[in-house]
Design a protein around this ligand. Sequence first.
Ligand SMILES: Nc1ncnc2c1ncn2[C@@H]1O[C@H](COP(=O)(O)OP(=O)(O)OP(=O)(O)O)[C@@H](O)[C@H]1O
Ligand SMILES: [Mg+2]
Length: 599
Amino acid sequence: MKKTEHLPFFGIGKVLPYLKNYRKALLGLISGCLVGSLVDTGVPLFQRYALNHFIGEGKLDGIWLFTILYFALIAGGALVNYVACVCSMRIEVGVDKDLRNAAFNHLQTLSFSYFNQNSVGYIHSRVMSDTQRIGGLVSWTLLDSLWQMGYVVGAVVVMLVINTRLALLVMAVIPLAVVLFSLFQSRLVKLNREIREINSQITGNFNEGITGARTIKTLVIEKLIESDFVRDTARMRRQATSAARVRGLFMVTMNFASSLALAVVLWKGGVIAKTQIGTFSMFMSYAQGLMEPIRWVVDAISDLITTQVNIERLTRLLETEPDVKDSDEVTRIYGDSFEAKKENWEPLRGDIEFEDVSFQYPDGDEKILEHFDLKIPFGTNVAIVGETGAGKSTLANLICRFYEPTEGRVLIDGRDARERSQLWLHSAIGYVLQTPHLFSGTVRENLLYGNPDATEEEIDHALELVSAKDVVARLEKGLDTDVGEGGDMLSTGEKQLLSFARAILAKPRILVLDEATASVDTITEQKIQAAIDTIIRGRTSIVIAHRLSTVRNADVILVVRDGKIIERGKHRELMEARGHYYRLYTRQYEDEATASLLG
Ligand SMILES: Nc1ncnc2c1ncn2[C@@H]1O[C@H](COP(=O)(O)OP(=O)(O)OP(=O)(O)O)[C@@H](O)[C@H]1O
Ligand SMILES: [Mg+2]
């Protein structure tokens, strides 16, 4: 994986391209900040004039013009402030949106292995919170730091021009303040990071406490889980209190630095400013008002540094190359997931062949398949059986090109699968999984994911084929019933039936059923079995099954063990051979007979 950690703290360079779409807003923000800081710098100058002229000299001539100008300055300042804020908001929301879209689209192209290696929580915070922090950095942090920096520079220049000696004295406090603020800031950043870590631990435990509530109860580990939780929240309290203490000290120090600058003016100001009351007051304003902006700038810099982590993590996601990727040449001809060039797609027949395939999962440490050969001519109904972990699902994954062979080739219609696009292949495959997944939305919407153009009759027919009509009829609003997030308002068996119907609607040339009937009762299973026998006609089908009674009719049964086919043949042949299959079958048969006798 590409590491960007060594990037100096200007990993921000990676984000700059995302500002391209917001040139106007950026210009508005920058000019708004500059004008705004000029206005802020100007206010003490006006006060100086008023004090010197109207009060010091006691003349009132031009007070109207002065009032109008002063009012114009204040009003202009407010307007500029508004413009800069609107621009900043536009950039924040826009960049956040663009980064999120980029991350989400990129996630769609990534392979299975990425999702195996990274947890949902991890990916979620990349897409949601990292993008948000980066958006905030290039808008509000930019605004604050430009504005405040403008003010500091403006104030320093004005002071230098009006009274260099006094200005230098006031400025002597600045480096001291910067050092002090940075010390506090780094301490605060560290504490905040720890707090965030503890917080995510607490959230994680909390989630597990909820999702695993039933398991926790049955294992009787409530006490253990609770004591972990209490320990973490206590740690959280300690760290939060420390942070509050440091923050309090920080405020005190800041006030102290302000007062110090003020003291300098009071001490020397009277003499140096030659008792001109206006100038004296102006210096007081600047001296007092300087510390807050400096704090902001220090704040902004530390924000820039801490956000590096977010930038680094997000760009790592955006730069992750999918393990399975169509070559440029293939994409040029066949298009990609977002823009398929279906006019160039040749029809898929459905011949599958493994040619000397060896395979190891990207994060696995041993080869699952070694020099594996298998020919599945179009129209064959293949059953794959074998013990848990034998490599059955792995074969299905390779057929679907969710993974690619480490060595050797998987051929589809006689050509290496890599010569055509993933979408071309996936459009012709119906895949029903052991763990069925539905999307939130209605039953109908879910079925239409299989084929957006399906008619009511086709939907009805598909439901009929998989015996799911009863299931739908039982639902309150029939096809228009909401299935909830991940389809969780339905039972696993019901989800399985519906995902089966969805696969059929796509009229796939190749049908892959991985334990597709594992979660339905025996009666439904028999119904589905009959359906399978009908729908596999005219298709290549790969049926993975634990219950061997369901694959008796297959054209060929492959018995897989440790990634190798140890037996192959029809049910009768395998039974007569009295090998591994025979033993598996009789054992299951006996188990089932015992179970049915017992109850
Ligand atoms: N994503 C993965 N990364 C690394 N190793 C994996 C991965 N998926 C499976 N394996 C390993 O590959 C081997 C074969 O797994 P596979 O899922 O193909 O078994 P299976 O025959 O389908 O088992 P089951 O009947 O339990 O579904 C197992 O040893 C498993 O540990
Ligand atoms: Mg499996």
